[in-house]
Design a protein around this ligand. Structure first.
Ligand SMILES: Nc1ncnc2c1ncn2[C@@H]1O[C@H](COP(=O)(O)OP(=O)(O)O)[C@@H](O)[C@H]1O
Ligand SMILES: [Mg+2]
Length: 676
């Protein structure tokens, strides 16, 4: 009950006093003892609020029959386990913590001694002696507290780094379908704010919990032994205050949530409007939108004022009540002084002890809320860390055993045992055997319906069909971004799933419609994925060759920094055509047996298209090529054309054969519109 009251009190204080919720004033009274918290990031208060509101929505853990409680317990144990990996810093922190607590516990007693030496002994010498001790222990307390904080901060940081690395590693190993289903913003917030919340809260609360428990036990024992009557008085008002806090806390909580909801609505509306500025401008709705926004702000103001008014009640309940306890202690203590049961200095010391105890218990109440917050964040993070990708990631960097992947994948290439092919060889034949595909994010749409075709090594094959017919999906399957729902994709006669993914990445390259470059040098962009095992000189040789094949060497050499030129954020320092040629060079640098081209020129203007087309023609030589293009000249030259419609192969053959057949392809050509 006491813990609940204290947690509610702290929580409401944070809500109502943005930026003022410092621990020094948390008891509304005076305190000699420094109140310090370490490791809490500035945003922690507001995060705590969100979590608490969320927790409230879900119902309290106790009410849910222990389900949430037990899962949170499991998560918390796991988190503690992570923290324990830094046991050396934790142990050191604990030593400083005990030292700081002992010196802190002596301070009220020494203050009492100073007062007694002034009031009772009236001895300057005794006063100076007591003051010297007080100074010494105050300084020691400050020093040990600082050292304790440092140790726990190091634990926080180390833990945070470890969780982030594990999370990032796990994210990047997930199958592509996972990224269809999870928004980039959500994943990055897992990576930043959730991991911070986890480590901050665990570090902070371990620190606070250990400190408060050590302090509370010590203080309570001392108070009971020295002044048991006054100790009892201290606890008289607690049940009363607890009841008040429950009733008032609920009301205040509802108000705070209403403000938060309204703020979220307001932000969502503004985001929508800013994101669709063209529409707003073209309909001339700027003023109208400002008016709407203002109305929403007015509602926030109204709720905010209501919340601010409720602050009076909050102050009265939560700050006035402990002060009344102090008054009661002073009243009884004063009488004890008059009846010579107590010395004035001892009374002052007791009041300080009472304040310290109240703060220590207060902090223990906060620990629960903090830990729940950490568990909430950790739940989402551990979900991703523990998630097994549906397809196995490249084994080179794979820390999962192949058994941990849900599809039957082998951790090494099967070819060496089952055929004469060595690891470095791939002939490049591709076969689709009755392949069907349903995307995990759209389980009700059959995107490919028993698609079958065969491509011989070294052939150039064009996939044509209207937009949405399933061309890119075929390429995604060859890249193993998705697993077929039915049928099989074969490479050199063997199922794609029997190959090691890193082998596939080395031998299959893809150039997409929108080149994705990274904010790194051109050299790094072209060499992307080559691996560290390639030596510097060899790497340069291969990059230069690939750039030449991709007709990119000319413009790169014209640049001041050549291959060291920085590509800019998402390649923003380059033109569209240049970016695409870098992307082609990146695909060619590994000299792939199979080249997949998915509308590589369709996002370009005519001038760049001609340059990139030249690069593509060059790059097709000597390998199996599956091309999706809208230029008739590219399609015409293909050894085979496969026509897709609504996920079905409707025709296949050469340009000539298909024209003669007079079917879907002939129709597409006769329309003389670009075939996309
Ligand atoms: N990642 C995805 N998740 C869900 N549906 C998808 C995804 N990619 C494509 N689709 C759907 O699959 C169908 C075929 O798409 P796609 O293969 O990209 O066609 P094309 O390349 O021929 O234009 C379309 O209906 C499209 O909406
Ligand atoms: Mg496409």
């Amino acid at each position: 009950m006491l813990a609940e009251f204290l947690a509610a009190r702290r929580y409401l204080k944070q809500r109502s006093q943005p930026g003022q919720g410092d621990a020094n004033s948390s008891d509304g009274g005076y305190s000699l003892i420094p109140q310090e918290e370490v490791g809490q990031s500035p945003g922690s208060c507001s995060n705590l609020e969100e979590e608490e509101v969320d927790a409230d929505k879900e119902g309290s853990p106790k009410e849910e029959g222990g389900v949430t409680l037990s899962s949170h317990k499991r998560i918390l144990w796991r988190l503690f386990g992570l923290a324990m990996q830094e046991w050396s810093y934790l142990a050191l922190g604990l030593v400083f913590l005990v030292a700081a607590s002992i010196s802190q516990a002596l301070l009220p007693r020494l203050t009492g001694d100073v007062i007694n030496s002034i009031v009772i002994d009236k001895s300057e010498e005794d006063m100076e002696e007591a003051l010297r001790s007080l100074t010494l222990f105050s300084l020691l307390c400050a020093l040990f507290s600082g050292l304790r904080g440092t140790c726990f901060l190091v634990v926080n940081t180390k833990m945070n780094i470890r969780i982030r690395k594990d999370l990032y590693q796990s994210m990047l190993k997930q199958e592509i379908g996972f990224f269809d289903q999870n928004k980039v913003g959500d994943l990055t917030s897992r990576l930043s704010s959730d991991t911070n919340k986890m480590s901050d809260q665990i570090g902070l609360n371990l620190n606070v919990c250990l400190r408060s428990v050590v302090q509370s036990i010590g203080l309570l024992a001392y108070m009971l032994l020295s002044q048991w009557r006054l100790t009892l008085v201290t606890f008289i008002a607690v049940p009363l205050v607890s009841l008040l806090s429950k009733v008032y806390g609920h009301y205040y909580h509802l108000l705070a949530k209403a403000v938060q909801d309204q703020q979220a609505r307001c932000n969502a509306d503004a985001e929508e409007v800013i994101g669709s500025m063209r529409t707003v401008r073209s309909f001339g709705c700027e003023e109208e939108e400002v008016r709407r926004y203002e109305q929403e702000l007015q509602e926030i103001l109204r709720l905010g004022i209501k919340q601010a008014s409720a602050y009076t009640g909050y102050m009265f309940c939560f700050t006035g009540a402990p002060l009344l306890v102090t008054v009661a202690v002073l009243y009884f203590g004063g009488h004890m002084v008059f009846t010579h049961l107590l010395q004035p200095g001892d009374l002052v010391a007791f009041v300080f002890y009472q304040q310290s105890l109240s703060q220590a218990i207060n902090s223990i109440g906060d620990v629960y809320a903090g830990l729940m917050q950490a568990a909430g964040a950790a739940d989402k993070v551990f979900d991703i860390i523990d998630r097994r990708p549906a397809t196995c990631p490249p084994s080179s960097s794979c820390s999962f055993s192949s058994a941990s992947c849900s599809s039957p994948t082998h951790s090494s290439l099967l070819l060496s045992s089952s055929s004469e092919l060595s690891k470095e060889q791939l002939q490049g034949s591709i076969t689709f055997q009755e392949v069907s595909l349903v995307y995990p994010s759209r389980p009700d749409a059959l995107v490919l319906d028993r698609v079958s075709f065969h491509i011989d090594p070294g052939q150039v094959v064009a996939l044509v069909g209207s937009s949405g017919s399933g061309k890119s999906s075929c390429i995604s399957l060859i890249e193993r971004f998705y697993e077929p729902t039915g049928g099989e994709v074969l490479l050199d006669g063997l199922s794609l799933s029997s190959y090691d993914n890193s082998f596939l990445r080395r031998h299959i390259s893809l150039v997409g419609q929108e080149p994705v470059l990274y904010a790194r040098s051109l050299l790094e962009n072209i060499a992307y994925g080559l691996g560290r095992e390639v030596e510097e000189a060899e790497l340069r040789r291969r990059v230069t060759l690939a750039a030449r094949q991709a007709c990119a060497d000319e413009f790169i050499m014209r640049m001041e920094d050549g291959f060291s030129t920085h590509a800019g954020e998402r390649g923003s320092h380059l033109s569209g055509g240049q970016k695409q040629r870098i992307a082609i060079a990146r695909a060619l640098v590994r000299n792939p047996s199979i080249l997949l081209l998915d509308e590589a020129t369709s996002a370009l203007d005519t001038a760049s298209e001609a340059q990139v087309q030249k690069a593509i023609d060059e790059s097709m030589k000597g390998r199996t090529v599956l091309v999706i293009a809208h230029r008739l000249s590219t399609i015409q030259r293909a050894d085979k054309i496969i026509v897709l419609s609504n996920g079905l192969v409707v025709e296949q053959g050469t340009h000539k054969e298909l024209l003669e057949a007079g079917g879907a392809y002939a129709e597409l050509v006769s329309k003389q519109v670009s075939i996309d």
